[in-house]
Design a protein around this ligand. Structure first.
Ligand code: GDP
Length: 182
């Protein structure tokens, strides 16, 4: 029997330059099915849309529909974000471990609050501390992310879009969680 394909919508959130696009590109790099439907509008649009289909097991494929913000100023992004995460099944909220907490970790926390207020109550949220290859420049202790995620019942990981460390795992564990909730 042909495998079924379970699709879901995933949005990327976080301050600019934390590595959101790099994480997505790292994940879809090997994909045969990459679409960048809005590339003509990169300057003016809020999001780029890509899809990636990955087998979960013999009977199921997971189709990720990934929305990454592009070219939108922070203010515009903030006001449009609720439209962007409406109907999202999952959100990946990224911060940069090499910046002081107030630069992007605190912003990640406020995105969590925003989702708790405005997104689907069943949304699966993964908090990601990116740039784990730069441990020598670490400014956000791993425990800070871990504890916040535990308190708020989020999935959590650190990853590096540069080396690829943790990247496939993070997308696949969200996929599994959305498709086969425990
Ligand atoms: P975005 O604005 O959040 O989408 O961030 P980008 O993906 O554009 O990345 C911002 C900058 O950080 C770029 O110069 C990337 O090359 C760099 N970067 C992204 N991820 C990593 C990482 O894991 N490690 C290192 N060392 N640099 C990274």
């Amino acid at each position: 029997m042909a495998p079924r394909t379970a699709s879901f919508k995933l949005v990327l959130l976080g301050e600019s330059a934390v590595g959101k696009s790099s994480l997505v590109l790292r994940f879809v790099r090997s994909a045969t099915e990459v679409r960048d439907e809005f590339s003509d509008f990169r300057e003016s649009t809020i999001a780029a849309f890509l899809t990636q289909t990955v087998p979960l097991d013999d009977s199921t494929n997971i189709k990720f529909e990934i929305w990454d913000t592009v070219g939108a100023g922070q203010e515009r992004y903030k006001s449009l974000a609720p439209i962007y995460f409406r109907n999202a099944n999952a959100a990946v909220i990224v911060y940069d471990i090499t910046q002081p907490p107030e630069a992007s970790f605190d912003k990640a926390k406020s995105w969590v609050r925003e989702l708790q207020r405005q997104a689907d109550p069943n949304i699966v949220i993964m908090l990601v501390g990116n740039k784990s290859d730069l441990k020598a420049s670490r400014k956000v202790p791993r425990e800070l992310g871990e504890q916040f995620a535990k308190d708020e019942e989020l999935l959590f990981t650190e990853a590096s879009a540069k080396t690829g460390d943790g990247v496939d795992d993070l997308f696949m564990s969200i996929g599994e969680f959305v498709v086969c909730p425990k």
